[in-house]
Design a protein around this ligand. Structure first.
Ligand code: MF3
Ligand code: CO
Length: 251
């Protein structure tokens, strides 16, 4: 069942999203060679506390950190750690913010120092695929239109779209209906309706789309060891079109 949200509920989630966006803007300034994702995680905890919010991922199904920090070939759910980031790495910081019971979810990939041209293109294409998907998330369109917008663009650029992790409805809990795959056929799937709130969070790989699971049971990485990037927003469908609740950029 898809739980539709009232304008008031969407407003509350937007307040959570604002804190999340501000936190990402600060993280962007912190990421550089030598910094540890463990420190970023501590920063996020403090930042959210200061703003009266809490990290929803911490304690979720036994997950122990405020953030997921996925480096290079890690696709998602990487653990923050005490290894310094290195020039040329990319790191995706993903978090869910809880403000007075309303949630917002956003992940962002950051380059560490100077990265290769291919890596730059991976980041650009992944981010662009997210914004192309948001553009088609109009009331009356279908879930499949979102996946198709991402997949057709990403594959035309020579990259691949991860299949086994997808976007999701969100509200008072992290994972609700609907499922939002980042691949699919136009005109297929559930119709988008005013009051739906969900994430779009394409994970895009340089090589093959297949992933393998680490022994920790959480972290997924690319099967071929090539880089993977991810950008995620929480969006609300309104009569006027989609609104980004976690917007951190002027666009
Ligand atoms: N933000 C993640 C998502 O998009 C949530 C990961 S759950 C965690 O689904 F436990 F790993 F944090
Ligand atoms: Co998510």
């Amino acid at each position: 069942m898809i739980i539709l949200k009232s304008p008031r509920e969407i407003e509350k989630m937007k307040e959570a999203g604002k804190i999340l966006a501000a936190c990402h803007r600060e993280i962007a300034k912190l990421i550089k060679p030598g910094v540890m994702t463990w420190e970023i995680d501590e920063f996020v905890e403090q930042f959210l506390k200061k703003h009266g919010a809490t990290p929803e991922q911490k304690g979720y199904k036994g997950y122990e950190y405020a953030t997921c920090a996925s480096i290079n070939d890690e696709v998602c759910h990487g653990f923050p750690r005490k290894t310094p980031l290195q020039e040329g790495d990319i790191v995706t910081i993903d978090m869910v913010v809880n403000l007075n019971g309303a949630l917002a979810d956003s992940a962002w990939s950051y380059p560490v120092g100077k990265v290769s041209d291919e890596t730059k293109r991976l980041l650009e294409v992944t981010k662009e695929s997210l914004y192309r998907a948001i553009e088609v998330a109009q009331p009356g369109n279908r879930i499949g239109d979102i996946g198709h917008a991402i997949q057709s663009y990403v594959e035309a650029e020579g990259f691949s779209v991860v299949r086994n992790f997808i976007g999701h409805g969100i509200g008072a809990t992290i994972h609700e209906k609907p499922d939002v795959p980042h691949f699919g056929l136009p005109g297929k799937g559930a119709r988008l309706k005013e009051g739906m709130v969900f994430t779009i969070e394409p994970m895009v790989n340089v090589g093959e789309y297949h992933t393998k699971m680490d022994l920790n049971g959480w972290t997924a990485r690319t099967i071929d060891g090539k880089y993977s990037a991810q950008y995620e927003h929480t969006i609300a469908i309104t009569s006027e079109g989609p609104i980004i609740l976690t917007d951190q950029e002027m666009r």
